[in-house]
Design a protein around this ligand. Structure first.
Ligand code: ADE
Length: 250
């Protein structure tokens, strides 16, 4: 999987993703991350890439020439025109199912804006997807691009040591992850739930599913609308809703 980031701050992207799991995935050749400086495609003497907005108003707007020039140079080198994801609070809000869909591509181009945005004509020319990471405004698209690259990378086979965990973690089946415990057995008078020490795999699996449902019900109930629950699990949820399980210990 190859990520290409068009940005005015390539070092921010490379330093941020060069460590930990994404860094290791790059070393192993499972993913590649290229950050291209849009400024290199300015045709001005002083390498400016922004100018005042037509019609007036605050701030500066990134000019269309360097943005399109940067993308077209990428396309020429790749021999194809991959999808271009523009990072904007006006886009569809990124989530795990969008990540899954994007993980099916071989190449993805991330376009990061700064200042008051990018000249609309450049967006019309090259952007295929408008994506946001949430309903708040950041100073630029680099952090959103890094968030999405991190999330998509962990879905690439081999990136996580444990193949199973990418799917088991939060949002698999639209449920939040169950609580995890490790040694010691007792910490500040808090015991690890007995079932986890039992070695009884079937009971552990049932307990974990129930904990996922309980947690989702308490913290993100809206996710349950699209959760895939068995008959027994639906009954468990109905008990939670009716308050029957309210006093029960985890
Ligand atoms: N650029 C600025 N804010 C953003 C956001 N919330 N998501 C994506 N890109 C952005």
């Amino acid at each position: 999987m190859n990520f290409h980031v068009m940005t005015l701050f390539p070092e921010m992207v490379l330093e941020g993703l060069g460590t930990s799991i994404t860094g290791r995935a790059m070393e192993k050749g499972l993913i590649s991350i290229e950050a291209v400086n849009i400024r290199d495609y300015s045709e001005e003497k002083h390498h400016h890439v922004d100018d005042a907005p037509y019609g007036g108003g605050a701030g500066m707007v990134m000019q269309p020439g360097p943005v399109c020039g940067c993308y077209e140079d990428l396309c020429r080198k790749m021999g194809k025109r991959p999808r271009v994801l523009y990072m904007t609070p006006q886009g569809r809000v990124f989530n795990q199912s969008i990540a899954r869909e994007l993980a099916g591509e071989d190449d993805l181009v991330f376009l990061c804006g700064h200042y008051e945005g990018i000249d609309e004509r450049a967006l019309e020319e090259i952007v295929t997807d408008y994506l946001s990471i949430g309903d708040y405004v950041l100073t630029g698209g680099e952090l959103p691009a890094m968030v999405m690259i991190d999330c998509i990378s962990r879905l690439v086979p081999g990136v996580l040591n444990n193949d199973a965990s990418a799917e088991i973690e939060s949002f698999h089946d639209n449920l939040l992850e169950y609580p995890q415990y490790t040694r010691p057995e007792v910490f500040r008078d808090r015991r690890v739930p007995e079932v986890l020490l039992s070695g009884h795999h079937k009971n552990i699996e049932t307990w974990r599913r129930e904990q996922s449902i309980k947690r989702t019900y308490e913290r993100r109930p809206e996710l349950l609308e699209n959760a895939n629950l068995s008959r027994k699990e639906q009954e468990y949820l109905a008990e939670l809703r009716s308050g029957e399980r309210a006093d029960e210990e985890d």
